[in-house]
Design a protein around this ligand. Structure first.
Ligand code: B12
Length: 175
């Protein structure tokens, strides 16, 4: 290499080294850091492939919802309630996960059905039954006739009261 080209080559090498060092500084600490504190929208972490992703997926402003699960049709009857406060607005499934973490009675079992996502099969140990024609009907104080979407698709509004009522569909109107 001619001596006249040496400064350009040195400058290029310096630029490459500096960029790589910055990239390492950006990626190193964040890859190990837990994402968010559960109460706030997390900052953009970096995935293992180096692409910036929002760990929360599609989510909005913090909202509060009340979740009630009620069984009044077979013993032992119960009604449980919890307030999920200040979590990002997103699909009901996520609010339900928080409810289950806050209160063990909200532990639930769900089955996945392709593009419709999850259907709730059991809450607080009480399972739906095809034999008895029972299921966990979902509704809210806004949608009193029942949610038209499942828990993987429905996005609650702030201050919405979501209800899971253990219901019989033995009578045709109860879907
Ligand atoms: C029968 C039926 C039910 C029965 C299923 C039990 C049974 N053993 O029959 C019961 C009454 C339990 C039910 C419940 C609900 N259902 Co329903 N159901 C149907 C219906 C009429 C037929 C499904 C079927 O038998 N397909 C044929 C079989 C061979 O296919 P399959 O994949 O095995 O069917 C299963 C799934 O569809 C699943 N399933 C039924 N409903 C739902 C709802 C969701 C969100 C999921 C993930 C799965 C699921 O149960 C079926 C039997 O195992 C469809 C409408 C339709 N024509 O498809 C609505 C339908 C699937 N249901 C619907 C809804 C909204 C609900 C509820 C959320 C209603 C509510 N507000 O509570 C709840 C689920 C709540 C929960 N616990 O999570 C919507 C789903 C819309 C969407 N894209 O999310 C549909 C498309 C009706 C509609 N047009 O609004 N449902």
């Amino acid at each position: 290499m001619s001596t006249s080209k040496m400064p350009y080559a040195c400058f290029l090498m310096l630029a490459v080294l500096t960029t790589q060092t910055w990239a390492c500084m950006r990626r190193g600490p964040q890859d190990k850091k837990p994402v968010g504190d559960g109460n706030s929208v997390p900052s953009l972490p970096t995935s293992s492939s180096g692409v910036s992703v929002n760990a929360c997926g599609v989510c909005g402003q913090p909202i509060s919802v009340t979740i009630i699960a009620s069984n009044q049709i077979q013993e032992p009857f119960f009604e449980i309630q919890t307030a999920v406060k200040g979590h990002p607005q997103r699909e009901l499934l996520h609010q339900l996960e928080v409810a289950a973490t806050q209160d063990r009675r909200f532990r639930f079992v769900a089955e996945h059905f392709g593009s419709m996502g999850y259907m709730i099969n059991a809450i607080n140990g009480l399972s739906a039954s095809t034999q008895n024609k029972t299921y966990w009907r979902t509704s809210s104080h806004i949608h009193v006739d029942g949610l038209a979407l499942g828990i993987s698709s429905y996005i609650p509004n702030d201050m919405e009261i979501i209800m899971f009522n253990f219901t019989s569909y033995a009578t045709p109107d109860n879907h």
